[in-house]
Every structure is written in C-alpha cells, then in structure tokens.
Design a protein around this ligand. Structure first.
Ligand code: NAG
Ligand code: NAG
Ligand code: NAG
Ligand code: NAG
Ligand code: NAG
Ligand code: NAG
Ligand code: NAG
Length: 775
C-alpha cells in the first residue's frame, strides 16, 4: 500500500521539545516510503514543567475498562480526557506532558475506578466507584454530586456548540445518570436540569409498563424525546417517551451482548453502537440501527464488522466520520450518513501499543495517542500520530470514486436558527457537481414531527470553469402549519422543540472529506430577543398631572383601604389598611394618561431587540400588581360569545400553585371559544377578564383618580413560544375628587346655607324698605 510519510496535520510541534522515541529509531533508514507508517510520529516530552507546582497527594484515578478511551470536549477543540491506566486531561490535544488526575484523599475513594465521564460547564463529571464526582478544571477543585444506594454505571449529556442563545446553551443542562442491566420497570434513573448540581429521581410512568432489560436512557434533543434502549432476548429496540404521551418504537435490531454507545456531536441523532465484534450505526437516534459494512481490500466487502473476523480495540467518531483500530492494530476509516455509511481498511501497520487511544482532532484529521509513563517523573508523555485522511485516501489504490460534487455549502451550517410560532425560515445552499456527475442532494430533519420543509432547487449560472451551479432554497415551517403530515404524526405544537436540518448527497462517498454535509440547528421555540412594550403616546407628565422630578425622588402614593385585595381575588378585605406605595420611576417611567370615563385597553407592541415588529392582536390578560380592583371589564362571558366557562383571575389563582400575578400564563390559559368538557358554560353573566383576540373587551375604571401599575401577559399559546410579559403604569384622571366630608354633614350644611340665603332674601328687602321708610 503506497502510503506517504505525511506531514502532521497540525502545525504546533515546533513550539515544543520534540524527541524521537526509541521504537521509532527501529525504523530502518532504507525502508521504502510505502512501508512507512500512517503518520509522522512525535514523542513530546516537556520534562519538568510541573515541578514547581506543589502537588497535592491524592488517590490516582484510572479507567475501569481495559482499553483506553479518549473523551473529546464537544465544543473546545483542544480539550480531551485520556482515560486508561491514568486520567490525563489535555488542553492542547496531548502536545505536552500531563500529570494524572488525583482525587483528594478527603473523599476517601481509595481505588478510584472511573467507569464514565462527561463534560459539564467548566467541570468533568466522573462516575467513580458508582458515585458522581465533579472536577472543575478551571480552579482544580473537586466536589461530590451524587452518592446513591445503586451503583451508577452510566452518565449522559448532549451539547450544542453553535450559539450562545439559551435554546442552544441550555441543552447541556440536562444530565442523566443511571444503572443498566436490570428490568426496565425497576430502573433507577437520576436527572439533573442544572448541569449536575442537583439530581432528582426521574419518574417516567411509562417505564413501569415496559418490559425488557434496561440498557440505557438518553434524551435526544434533536427529537425532543427520551429514548430508552431495551433488550429482550437477542433483540433490542428503542422506546421513545415524551411526558403524557404513549411511547413510540424504533425498529428492532440484533443485540446479543451489551453495546457501547457513542452519540456524535452535532445533535443530528448519529449514534454508533459497538462491542468487540459488532459495529452499528443509526442516523436517526436509534429508530433504525444497522450494521456498518466493511471493505477489506479491493473486492472484499463484509456486510458487518462481525463477519470480518476482527475485533475492535478503539473507535472514534466525528461529525460524519468514523475511525476504528482493531486489536491487531489495523486502522479503518469510515464515513457516516444516510445511504453513505461504510468503513474501509486503510492500513495494517499502525504505531500503537496497549496504551494507545484514538480521536478526531478536526474533520479528516485522526490522531492516535499513546500515553507513555516517564519513570522518574509523575507526568505522562505522549506519542501522537496524526493521520490526514485526505492524503491517505488519495494514496490508496482501492478504487475510491472521486467526490461527485465540487461544492456543497449551506448558509445554515453550524448555526442555530429560531422558528417561533407560525413563522417560516428561508435557508439557502449551493451545489456545484463535478463535470458529468449528477449528485443527488437530500435534505433531512431530525425531528419531522415538529419541523416541516419544502425544497426548491434550480440552476443558477455557471462557475468560471464551466460547471453548472445550483441553488437550493429550503423553506422551513412548523410541521403543524405545513399541512403535509397526518395529524397523529405531528407533535404538540404548544411545546417547544429542536431539530437539526442537514443537506447531504446520496452516496456521498468517503473521498468527500472536503465536502462535509452542512447541518444546522433549528430551535422551534422562543426567540429570546422578543419582548412586548405598552404604547404610551400621552403621559401624565406631559399634561402636568405629575412631575418627573417628583417621581424620581422616591415618590409615594396611597391606595385606600377597601380598594385593593392583596390576594388578587378582587374581594373587599376586612382589616384592610391604607397602603403606601413607592413608585418605581426607573422601571416604569412616567405613567400613561387614561381618562376614567372611557373604555380602555392597552396597545401592546411586539419588539425584536430594537425593531418594532407589530401590534399584538393576540389574547392577553392584565392585573394590578398591588391588588387594586377599582376597575372591571366591559364584557361578560356571555357577551364574549364564549362556548365554555371562561377562566378568570380568581379561578386561575385558586387552581395554580403560584398564588400571585404570575399565575395566569400561556401554559395554563384555555380559550373559552373552544369547547372544554371540564368547564361547561354555567355562568354567562360573570366578567370576561381576557382582552385582545377576537373580542372588543375593555377595562372600565371606577371613579378614582390615581396610579395603577399593571402586569400584562400574552396568554394566547399560539402567538409565540415566548412568555411575553411586562409591567407598565397609567394615571387615571377626570373623576370628581371624592368628598372629604360625610354626606349627611354636607346635606345639613347645604340645607343650612339655603335657609340662611332664603332668610337673607326675605330680610334684606325688608331692611331696605324700612331704611327707605325711615328716610
Ligand atoms: C537496508 O540496507 C542495508 C544496507 O544498506 C541492508 O543491509 C538491509 O538489509 C536493508 N534493510 C532492508 C529492510 O531492506
Ligand atoms: C395510549 O394508548 C392507549 C391504548 O393503546 C389509548 O387508549 C390512549 O388513548 C393512548 N393515549 C394517548 C395519549 O395517545
Ligand atoms: C497488550 O495486552 C495484551 C493483553 O492484555 C497482551 O497479550 C499483549 O502482549 C499486550 N501488548 C503489548 C504490546 O504490550
Ligand atoms: C431563493 O432564495 C433566495 C434568497 O433567499 C431568493 O433571493 C430567491 O428568489 C429564491 N429563489 C426561489 C426560486 O425561490
Ligand atoms: C430614596 O430611598 C432610598 C432608600 O429607601 C434612599 O437610599 C434614597 O436616599 C432616597 N432618595 C431620595 C432622593 O430621597
Ligand atoms: C362593572 O361595574 C359596574 C359598577 O360596579 C357594574 O355596573 C357593571 O355591571 C360591571 N360590569 C361588569 C361587566 O360586570
Ligand atoms: C370566576 O369564574 C368562576 C367560574 O369559573 C365564577 O364562579 C366566578 O364568579 C368568577 N369570578 C368573577 C370575579 O367573575
């Protein structure tokens, strides 16, 4: 096999002291190039770089399994954890010596056997002797996260590295830990939604009804479902569970022994399953799991790894790639994708020993890492073998077809887009085939229950060397609004979900390393840049009812007893006292001005960052945050044409665990214009307390001048996935000031005044007459 001496793909080595290893010098000078190994070999020995640091003595950690494994950080490209006779955490892809990780003696773990690990924020979470510990690699601290009765065997998380948006960054908050092997109905599973800081037992009632052996549980964000791997006899299959729904099933596959699972980063639902003699792949989160065919030589192809008679020593996966080392240290490389998955033998001579492990450094760049213990130093050194697959494949003579396309690019690659309720998204991609080739593009989404799409492909001119260019336009919409899927197939539109979208070529082939299928993440959910603002054309300050200077200076006002209810039930309260309220000018600004005697409803605008999008026409509710109830609604439930009993603040607060102004939101809102069996229309004459939407409902104020601070919240669940809410203030004016004297007193004094006037009217003319008479 004509393999060239390849330059290491990664240009770093000059920085470090590079010393040739003893066994490297065994290579004879006169060997032909084709005999030379897959890679250039360097041993990196940085000597005593750690000697100045005070080393804390602790219990040395080691991997529970016999074959070393590397856990690469899903987002930080230079960070990886080697797990073998020692645990070695690198921040430069093993280009310098490393002191093994120790767990401080105070944790009393003694033989610190590590059976699993994940990254979480700035920590590595490790299963040590069946319990969960965290090592913070930024400050070097250790902590205990979970100690349980059961012996935890597995830990699981997914990652999103595309964006700092909450929909993406929050994915790794969810962590599952559990013990496999027992009946699924007894499975003990712990879940954390806080990066591992808190764990609680996960209760999925559906699990109790399943049978089989529990082989693992995963949350597949790209499907927005739990996947449970169950084994019955020699077959296994996935059950997919979402709360309050019946489970759905993946297709069964043969599984006689326990399989390791590798969930490839990118959230596409690419899974690799393996044990020594088996190698399987799923491109859709386990719904279809198939053997990976393996090509040995020109004409020899096996349908599965088992048939090749080899056994696996180590595997590594990347976005669409796979690398395998066998126990006889043969090296295989493969590509992953819909209709393009296969594995091919590259070489029989790899420079590895029992301490070697394998990982991808980047697309098309595999490194084989061998950890070597330095006898007189606590640090480990590394032999790093870099394999550039592009070069290697070009040299191979196994008749690899050249890639069918020259360009395959999507503007959505490695990005996250947000699709809020009812919106559509336009994505675009470019395809340039090789001359006289006809590659067939294929668009897939990982969550077709929520994400629908339409594709348009058209010729779009020529490249400068005469190849046809194609533009592919992809329109994304919610499956719910696509009108193209059966209702039973569509997931609940009210619940946010995620999906990836990938543009690939059918039978892409192994040589398309430079042409990786573009893939992006679509968050069907809230666009966190959205907010609502209440329009305020006229303020109380413009009309001089209030002065800004006054409001700024800790302005207070009084809410009279009898006009507010601290429990928000709009009921007069006994023992009520006048409330003194401090006005929050910084948050509320100057109150809007509202005349008491005309029906009123706030005008709510939707904004996206600094852009005004539209006036919100959807249903919303509002409530005075201090409990003032000196207003009511212009419509009754009957007048609003409700067909079921409408909710109101009292009924919602009674039913909710949140006893306050935040009790009513889009999650618990039920439109009264739909039939709800649980709420027949019994009292059509009560107030209808929902504004906006199809009704002309509005607020009518009592005769009371003063400030009202309202919380407003859009409750229509089909308007946006966001919880759109804000507080604002108004000043109601124009009502006659309340009389300060009791009515009877006023009446009496009026009567008195009139009598006096009457008497004067009688007396004065009399007096003037007698005056004149005197004259
Ligand atoms: C390499 O060359 C030396 C002499 O130059 C020869 O003795 C030796 O056999 C050669 N080795 C191989 C593997 O060809
Ligand atoms: C679940 O399945 C049962 C019986 O197969 C059916 O009666 C029930 O309606 C289903 N529930 C849901 C939420 O689909
Ligand atoms: C690797 O380990 C196996 C079994 O543990 C042993 O038989 C073999 O000799 C070892 N090979 C090397 C090169 O150390
Ligand atoms: C494809 O998308 C681009 C950019 O969004 C647009 O300019 C073009 O008109 C679209 N073409 C078709 C045929 O829809
Ligand atoms: C307003 O109140 C805060 C605390 O109650 C006080 O620190 C501040 O000095 C006050 N400001 C004015 C202008 O009185
Ligand atoms: C609002 O209150 C006024 C005065 O208390 C009352 O006359 C009116 O019927 C109420 N409106 C509704 C819809 O309850
Ligand atoms: C709220 O609705 C319930 C029925 O759901 C009704 O009995 C009650 O009178 C309503 N309260 C008000 C203040 O309208």
């Amino acid at each position: 096999m004509p393999l060239t001496r390849l330059p290491c793909a990664c240009g770093f080595v000059w920085l470090l002291a590079v010393v040739a290893v003893a066994w490297l010098s065994e290579l004879k000078e006169n060997e032909t190039i084709s005999d030379v190994k897959l890679c250039s070999i360097k041993q990196i020995s940085t000597g005593k770089m750690y000697r100045t640091e005070a080393e804390e003595m602790g219990d040395e950690l080691f991997y529970a399994y016999s074959k070393p494994q590397i856990l690469k950080h899903p987002c930080k490209s230079n960070m990886a954890l080697y797990m073998g006779k020692a645990l070695l955490l690198t921040k430069d892809n093993f280009r310098s010596s490393i002191i093994p990780l120790n767990i401080p003696k105070m944790f009393q773990v003694q033989t610190a056997k590590v059976s699993g690990a994940i990254y979480s924020s700035s920590c590595i979470l490790l299963i040590i002797n069946g319990n969960i510990y965290a090592y913070d690699y930024e400050d070097g601290s250790w902590s205990i996260l979970l100690i349980t009765e059961v012996f935890i065997t597995n830990i699981y998380a997914e990652y999103c590295c595309y964006s700092s948006d909450y929909s993406c960054s929050s994915i790794s908050n969810l962590i599952l830990v559990y013990a496999i092997g027992g009946p699924v109905s007894d499975a003990v599973i712990y879940i954390s939604n806080s990066l591992g800081f808190d764990f609680e037992e996960l209760s999925l009632p559906q699990l109790k009804l399943l049978d089989g052996t529990f082989e693992g549980i995963f949350f597949f964000h790209s499907m927005s479902k739990f996947g449970v791997l169950l084994k019955n006899g020699d077959t296994a299959r996935f059950a997919y569970i979402e709360p309050a729904k019946n489970e759905t099933w993946g297709l069964p596959f043969h599984m006689s022994r326990r399989l390791h699972m590798l969930n490839l980063p990118g959230l596409k639902g690419f899974l690799i399953f393996w044990h020594e003699h088996r190698l399987l792949f799923s491109h859709n989160s386990g719904q279809l799991v198939e053997d990976i065919p393996i090509k040995e030589k020109k004409a020899v192809t096996h349908e599965s790894f088992g048939l090749s008679g080899k056994s696996i020593y180590a595997i590594a996966g990347y976005e669409n790639e796979l690398a395998v080392l066998t126990t006889d240290f043969h090296f295989y490389y493969g590509t992953l994708g819909l209709l393009s998955t296969s594995l091919i033998k590259i070489t029989e001579e790899t420079p590895v020993t029992n301490g070697s492990a394998i990982m991808f450094e980047s697309i098309g760049n595999v490194v084989i890492v061998t950890a070597v213990k330095d006898e007189d130093d606590p640090a480990y050194n590394f032999v790093v073998c870099c394999v550039n697959m592009q070069y290697v494949l070009m040299e191979l003579e196994i008749g690899l077809k050249s890639c069918k396309a020259e360009v395959l690019r999507g503007d959505f690659d490695k990005k996250m887009h947000i699709l809020d309720m009812g919106e559509t998204l336009e994505l675009s991609a470019k395809l340039v085939p090789q001359p006289s080739q006809l590659p067939i593009p294929i668009v897939t989404v990982s969550n077709p229950h929520s994400l629908g799409f339409q594709v348009k492909m058209y010729e779009d001119g020529y490249t400068f060397d005469g190849n046809t260019k194609f533009t592919i336009n992809i329109t994304l919409m919610q499956q719910h609004t696509s009108g193209r899927a059966h209702e039973s197939f569509i997931s609940d539109i009210k619940i946010p979900s995620l999906s990836t979208i990938t543009l690939d070529l059918i039978e892409r082939g192994m040589s398309c390393i430079d042409l990786q299928p573009p893939s992006g993440l679509i968050s069907i959910g809230c666009n966190w840049k959205k907010k609502i603002i209440v329009r305020r054309d006229l303020t109380a300050c413009m009309k001089k009812f209030l002065e800004p200077i006054e409001l700024e200076n800790n302005y207070t006002y009084i809410i009279e007893k009898g006009s507010y209810d601290p429990n928000y039930h709009s009921r007069p309260q006994e023992n009520n006292v006048d409330l003194t309220i401090m006005y929050d000018y910084e948050e509320l600004g100057c109150p809007g001005l509202v005349y008491y005697n005309s029906p009123w409803k706030p005008v709510i605008e939707l904004w996206e960052e600094t852009r005004r999008v539209e006036v919100v026409k959807a249903e919303f509710v509002l409530i005075e945050i201090h409990g003032l109830y000196t207003y009511n609604y212009s419509m009754t439930v009957g007048e609003a044409s409700c067909v079921s009993q409408a909710q109101n603040w009292s009924s919602v607060i009674d039913a909710s665990t949140i006893k306050g102004v935040h009790a009513w939101d889009r999650q618990n809102y039920l439109s009264c214009h739909e039939n709800h069996e649980s709420a027949p229309l019994l009292w059509p004459n009560v107030e209808y307390q929902v504004l906006g939407g199809s009704t002309k409902n509005s607020i009518i104020f009592d005769e009371r001048n003063g400030i009202y601070v309202f919380l407003v919240r859009v409750v229509d669940p089909f308007y946006s996935y966001c919880d759109l809410t804000t507080t604002f203030s108004i000043y109601v004016y124009g009502a006659f000031p309340k009389q300060t004297l009791p009515d009877r007193l006023v009446f009496m004094s009026m009567l008195g005044l009139m009598l006096i006037l009457l008497w004067l009217g009688y007396v004065i003319p009399k007096l003037s007459k007698s005056e004149r008479g005197k004259k």
